[in-house]
Structures are given as C-alpha cells and as structure tokens.
Design a protein around this ligand. Structure first.
Ligand SMILES: *Cc1c(COP(=O)(O)O)cnc(C)c1O
Length: 833
C-alpha cells in the first residue's frame, strides 16, 4: 500500500497504516485506546489516527515495537478489521452471490470526518453517512467527489460578536487519502477537454470501511494557475467557477470510473450538481455501442437516479446558456446535437431561448427515477417540477420520496452504544432494523435516565472546555477563561440548537421575545441551559446578523452560566451536542426544510425533539415522541414563537423536573423510550439505504441491463417508439363520452381516434380527479369496438362503481411501454377535455 508517511514504519507496526487509512475509525471506536496510547496529547487534540501516525517520533515507534501489550492489541485489531472487510454482509445475503452490481454515488460534498472535511452542511453529512452505511451493510457503492484544498471556511467570533472566516489549507499529505493508480501503475490523471486547453485531474482515494470514495483534484502542475484553483473552495467563486466544478464532478467523475474500468450500473446524483454526468455517460455509451446519442440516452437514463434536496426553485443551480455552450460545445458535434437541443435539456420550456440552463432540470430529464428526501418534500418537489410534465395531475408527477436517515454508529454516545449493544447486540446496525424497536424498548427507566445523565455530564464538560479554549484563542483574560470553564450544570435541562445560520432556518425564533427566554433560562427552581452553534455563509450578511444577535444575548448579565455560543460548528461538535442534549430544537420556516437530519441524530441517545412540523418531523411527530410547533399552513413567526415558548414553559420544563420519590421523571423517560425505540431505527440510514435499493436501485439495475443487452436493442426500440408517438401525438382525438347506469355500476364509453398510433403503444384511462369527497382515481379502459371507417378508431369502455357523477371523469390517452419509466421518460398525454 502506498502511503504518504514521512518514513517506513517498522515491520511490526505496518498494520497501523492500514487501520489509519481506513476511515472506519470515524465510527468504530474500539481502537480509540490504541491510538491514544501512542500519543495521548495529540489524540486529545485531533482524534485523527492518520496525524498521529505521521507525527510519532522514531524513538516512540521503537518503544511501541518493544511493547508486548501494544503488539497484542494491534494484532487483535487488525484481525477484527480484516474480518469486517471480508465478511459477505447483509447485501450479499439478499442477492445472488457473484453478481457485481455497482452503484456510484456522486456528490459535491462528503462529510465523513473533520479529518477530511469536504462538506458545508447537511447535504455532505448525508453523503458521508450514506457511504458508511453502504460499508456496514455490504452494499457495493462507491463515492465520487472533489478534493477541496480549502474546503468550507472555519468560523471564529470576534469580541463584537461578528463572524470571522478562515480557510486553512488542507495539505493532501496530511489527509487520510492516497493517490489512485491507473492501470499502467502511474498516478491516475484524467484529461478533460476545456476550451483551448486540457484540464488534468488528479485522482485520490479515501477508504471508507468496505467502500471507496474517489476524489478529483485540479491542483496539478500541468494546469494553468486559474484551473489549478477549480477545486480550491467549496461554494466559493462565481458562476463560471461553479460550473467548472460541476464539469469536474460530472464529466470528470464519469471519466474516472471508465479509466479505472469500474463497471457501474447505477449512478446516483446527490443533488443536481453532478448532472453533467448524464451527458457524458450517454456520450461514451454511444461510442461504445455505435448507437445514436438519443438511443444511448434511453439506455443509460434507466441507470441514473436523481435525489433533489431543495424545496425552493431558487435553490437550483442555473447557468447562462452562453456559459453552458462554452463548456459543452464538444457535445454538439460529437453527439450531433444542435445547441437548441442541448440547451432544451436544462430548460423548463424547451423552446424559450431566453431561459437559463437549470442543472436540476437536466438531472430530472437524464434520470429515469427521481426523489425528494421526506414525504412533505416529495409533495413540494412534485409541484416544483410539474411544468416539466405538462397536463399531468400534480400527484402523478414522477418524483417520489425516500426520507433521509442517519448513520447511527456515527452519532451514538459511548453510553447509548452500551445500552443498545446490551439489548440488541453488536451487529444491530449492520442490516435491516425492523426488529430493533421492540427489543430496545425493554430497557427500564433507571437505565435510560442514567444514560441521559452520563451523556449530559459529558456534554457539559465538552462545552466548558471548548468555551474556555475559544476565549483563550480570542485573547481573553485568565479570569474570563476560568469562568468559561465553569458554565452550565450537569443536572440542568439542556437544550441544543445548532445549524446553518440562514434565514429560513429561523435561528432567532427563540430570541423572538428575548426577555421571556432569559426568564425561562434563569428560573431558580427549574433552570434551563442552552447551547447554540452554527455558521453563516460568508456572503450571507443576514445570517451573520443572526449570529450577532445571539452573541448579544449570550453577553447579557446573568446569562453566562445558562447559554453558550460554541464557535465553528462541525461534525465533531455535532456529535457531542446530539449525544448530550435533552431536547433538540429546530425552527425552520415550513416548508423550507427539505428533510433535516440533525434531529434524527439525537434519537438513538434518547434526546427528544421540539421542532417545526417540517421536513422529517412532519411525518415522524406523535405527541408521545416529542413536541411540535406550526401546522399545515406556511409558518407565521409570531404564532410559532408563542407556541415555542408555551411548550417550553408549560410542557418541556415541567415534565423534565417532575420527579418521583426515586428522583426519576417518569413521563420524560417514557418519551425517551418511545422516541428512541419507535423513531431511532426508522430514521437510520439503514432503512434509507434499503429503500433506495428496493424502490430505486433494483429497478434501475434491471432496466439498464435490459436496455444495454443485444447491442442496446431495447434502447433503440424505445427511442423509435417515442419518436413515432411524438410525431403523431397531436392527431389523437376523442368523441363524446357516454355513460349509463347499469344497476350499481356506471358504464362509460368513449370513441378514441389514435390515427397512426398503435393501441399497443398507449393506455386509455378514465381519470377521476381529486376533490373534497373523493380521492383521485385512474382506471384502465378497454377497446371494445372498432369504429368503422376510422384509422385506428376504437370505442373504449369501462364499468365503474356508481359512486361519483359522470362529470367527475375524463378519459385520457397516455404513452405506454412496459419497459419504460412512465411518465418520467415519456410524458405524452392527451385529455378528452
Ligand atoms: C447533521 C448535520 C447537519 C445537518 O443538519 P440540519 O438538520 O440540516 O440542520 C449540518 N451540519 C452538521 C455539522 C451536521 O452534523
């Protein structure tokens, strides 16, 4: 194994390299003691085995070689590690062995660990959790992303309460990654044709348990200075830089997989940033199989899955047509596309030459299947994308949902890990999780309440240390620092609020009536303490003001021991927070939170949620599990704030402090049990990955393979089918609908003139719209008679239960092919009226 170490490790210690280069240490803590024993101080500061390995002196290495206990621990550790890697795993037990299906997961961000910080927020953390889960469950996934030299910024707060941003340089040699070697044994470099020049991309690899993450990096000496900076910052730079990053991720990413000869069935686009990959995948397929571009598009689209993460149109990436043409010009000649045809792929209205190019639209058109990330977000997304499927009822827009989940072993505390291990076994997060709720619910009140106490104490210690360190960094007096080290009380009700400081998250809803909040916190009998953290995007002035408002509050006299703003919210801090809080608060403006995942992270640890009914909470909330603000309507700040304070004052605080003779708050613990057992397993990424497999990946794999075989025969057929339908579609017309009662039934007949379209290519349906009294209905009609003297004219008929009047129904004709994803791949539809 190649590794950037300052020197070779002695033979007896070589296994340390293998362990340190596999990011499994980010969620498997069995080896923490081993790493700590090498260098306790560095471990305390970084928790990064790879740094420890690089910084250990030869002298210390010599000592370790002679240390029999260390050698034994290491031998045991590497054996356990190799066992983990070689086990067949849950997925292999579900599918026929030997089948090498592969899923490539493309994402602009990956939040795996602070040792490899390639993320800005929830999108990246989700991608990190996804890879870890794929490893645990043995699902053959690999990740594709970018290696940023600076990543997202680091936050500090100055004495005035203003956010300051710093961009420390990620020295690749100190990151737990390795160069990827090509088939010729040299460091793999991917050439990409850009206008007038070639861009060279270096390929790195991070090992995440059993899966790999390939990272592209433009910082190569062969590139010009500006090109070297393409992968410098995450979400920095202007529109052109952003497009270049997306070119690297989508086009460079697909080229990398081909250069490594990795056969992929499914490409999963985590958000639209990687959308250009659908063009590149089709282009290369076209050359390999000798098809037209459109036929290749039909073949490869079956294997593409798109997950959208934003609930507002403003969240989509759009680029000017000019810019897109500048970088996609190569496709025009090669794929025989006109610029109009190419640009149409990213436009709501393909014939509107003024419309900019939207990456989410390209993704939707280039992927046979698409989904939002919670039930509510699925509904919102169907509305957002409805224009791309003209004349389709909104509930039939082909965007479903898979609710996000979290990789539980990354978020559980030492104490909850112990409790879950005792009740559900060590392997509980390695496969399906349906059976866990019943088992974990058996824990008694004492066990749960003790766990909460240990976790809270740990968080209080963390917050004290962290605050003292923060004050030191700012150059505060020794007395200030010492006071910082004494804030909080380990027996006090602890609330947490941490997330990106952006307007729609309403991070200041709690401050709506700041005096009322201050009174709540400092109540003498029932005190409350609050942890706040979060970054504002460097360009988001409003977000920075929201931070400053919190700092003003924190600095009020008398509040110091009750509320703390922790700087530089990141994965590691999130872990501490979700492990130790009693209540996690989330106040987004509905329906702007697509899903939200931080609240899911507290579940396993017995933390409760108090949240707006938005994202995942809108589908998870029950009174037995926690508390809710807001309702079905768009949020109102005044109403929501009143409800938030009311819940805290009248329900949360009293329930927490109402103790029985043994000192246990029975109702509180009952909520902990319910939330932990009923919600914890369901909102895990195990359930999420299983849903992706069953509902999206399996259909994608089967369809892609069928379309590819026999030199893409089926893809060619499907393309021809669509072409013929499109040409003749406007000639479809209907006669008058006729209905008569037949007992309890209503018999409906309608003449349909299909013209040049074969009845085998369409379905004729009777559609009853959604209205107050009735759900939407869609019933298949049958051709019962030929209309004499008409070219493909038929009487279609159906008999329905006579519950609704005839006027509720409208016949319609839609494109139909058993091998297509519909209406996603062909939204042609004609209505009788
Ligand atoms: C989980 C997590 C997020 C996402 O949380 P939201 O629920 O979307 O606010 C963001 N940042 C970090 C560091 C996280 O751990």
């Amino acid at each position: 194994m190649y590794a950037f170490l300052p020197r070779e490790l002695p033979e007896q210690l070589r296994a340390l390299t293998e362990l340190a280069l596999n990011l499994r240490w980010t969620w498997n803590h069995a080896l923490d003691e081993l790493w700590k024993s090498i260098d306790p101080q560095l471990w305390e500061r970084t928790h990064n085995p790879w740094l420890i390995l690089q910084n250990t002196s030869p002298h210390r290495l010599g000592e370790l070689c002679r240390d029999a206990t260390f050698s034994q621990t290491l031998a045991h550790a590497i054996e356990e590690h190799r066992h983990y890697l070689s086990e067949p795993g849950w997925y292999a037990q579900q599918t026929s062995a030997g089948d090498s299906k592969r899923i490539a997961y493309f994402s602009m961000e990956f939040g795996l660990s602070e040792a490899l910080a390639l993320y800005a927020g929830g999108l990246g953390v989700l991608a990190g959790d996804y890879l870890k889960t794929a490893s645990d469950m043995g699902v053959p996934v690999l990740g594709v992303g970018l290696l940023y030299q600076e990543g997202y910024f680091r936050q500090s707060i100055d004495a005035m309460g203003r956010q300051q941003e710093a961009y420390p340089y990620n020295d690749p040699t100190s990151l737990p990654i390795q160069p990827t070697f090509g088939q010729d044994g040299a460091w793999l470099k991917i050439p990409l044709a850009l206008p007038g020049r070639t861009l060279y991309l270096r390929v790195w690899q991070a090992i995440v348990g059993r899966t790999s993450l390939y990272l592209l990096d433009s910082n190569d000496l062969l590139n010009g200075a500006s090109d070297r900076g393409i992968t410098s910052k995450l979400y920095g730079g202007g529109s052109e830089m952003r497009l270049l990053q997306e070119v690297v991720l989508g086009i460079g990413g697909w080229a990398t997989l081909e250069a490594l000869a990795i056969n992929v069935d499914v490409c999963h686009l985590n958000e639209g940033h990687a959308a250009l990959l659908v063009l590149e995948r089709a282009r290369r397929f076209m050359h390999q199989k000798g098809t037209s571009f459109q036929e290749a598009w039909w073949a490869t689209r079956a294997g593409n899955v798109f997950t959208t993460h934003t609930p507002v149109a403003a969240g989509f990436d759009v680029f000017s047509a000019e810019l897109v043409l500048k970088y996609a010009r190569g496709y025009l000649d090669d794929c025989r596309l006109t610029s109009h045809e190419l640009l149409a792929l990213g436009r709501r209205n393909p014939s509107d030459a003024d419309e900019p190019f939207n990456m989410a639209f390209l993704a939707l058109r280039g992927c046979a299947q698409a989904n939002g990330v919670s039930r509510l977000h699925g509904e919102v997304s169907r509305r957002l994308f409805s224009d791309l499927y003209p004349r389709w009822p909104v509930q039939e827009i082909p965007v479903g949902h898979v609710t996000n989940g979290v990789h539980v072993p990354s978020w559980d505390s030492m104490w909850s890990d112990h409790l879950w291990t005792t009740s559900c076994g060590k392997e509980r997060w390695r496969g399906a999780v349906e059976l866990l709720p019943a088992t974990v619910a058996n824990n008694d009140d004492e066990a749960l309440w003790n766990m909460a106490a240990e976790q809270r104490r740990d968080l209080v210690n963390y917050a004290r240390k962290r605050l003292a360190w923060q004050l030191e960094q700012r150059g505060e007096s020794a007395q200030q620092v010492a006071e910082g080290g004494q804030v909080f009380d380990p027996n006090c009700l602890t609330l947490g609020f941490a997330r990106r400081f952006t307007d729609y998250k309403r991070p200041n809803l709690l401050l709506h009536d700041s005096d009322r909040l201050a009174r709540l916190l400092t109540n003498e009998q029932h005190p409350v303490q609050l942890l706040i953290a979060g970054k504002a995007h460097p360009a988001d002035e409003r977000g920075k003001q929201l931070i400053q408002a919190w700092l003003d509050f924190v600095h009020r006299p008398g509040l110091r021991r009750h509320v703390v703003f922790l700087e530089d919210y990141d994965l590691e801090m999130a872990q501490h927070l979700v492990q130790g809080v009693d209540v996690w608060i989330n106040t987004p403006r509905r329906p702007w939170e697509a899903c939200g995942t931080s609240g899911m992270k507290v579940l396993v640890n017995g933390g409760l949620n108090l949240s707006e009914l938005d994202g995942w909470w809108a589908q998870a909330y029950q009174p037995a599990y926690g508390w809710a603000i807001g309702d079905d309507a768009p949020s109102d700040d005044d109403v929501d704030a009143e409800r938030l304070y009311g819940l805290l004052e009248n329900e949360v605080v009293p329930t927490f402090y109402s103790r029985d003779a043994q000192g246990i708050p029975r109702d509180w613990v009952q909520r902990m049990r319910a939330s932990m057992s009923q919600l914890g397993p369901y909102y895990s990424s195990n359930r999420m990955l299983q849903e992706y497999l069953e509902h999206l990946y399996q259909p994608a794999i089967q369809a892609f393979r069928r379309r590819r075989e026999d030199n893409a025969a089926l893809a060619r057929t499907l393309h021809a089918w669509q072409k013929a339908l499109t040409a003749a579609w406007d000639n479809i017309h209907f006669g008058a609908v006729e209905g008569h009662r037949d007992g309890d039934c209503l018999c409906v007949r309608v003449p349909v003139y299909l013209g040049e379209i074969s009845p085998l290519w369409v379905k004729v349906e009777l559609y009853g719209g959604l209205c107050d009294e009735y759900p939407a209905e869609c019933l298949l009609m049958k051709a019962v008679d030929v209309i004499p003297g008409a070219i493909q004219g038929y009487i279609y008929s159906i008999s329905v239960a006579a519950t609704r009047p005839l006027e509720h129904y409208t016949p319609r004709v839609r494109a139909w092919h058993a091998d297509a994803f519909l209406p996603a791949e062909n939204p042609l539809i004609a209505w009788q009226r």
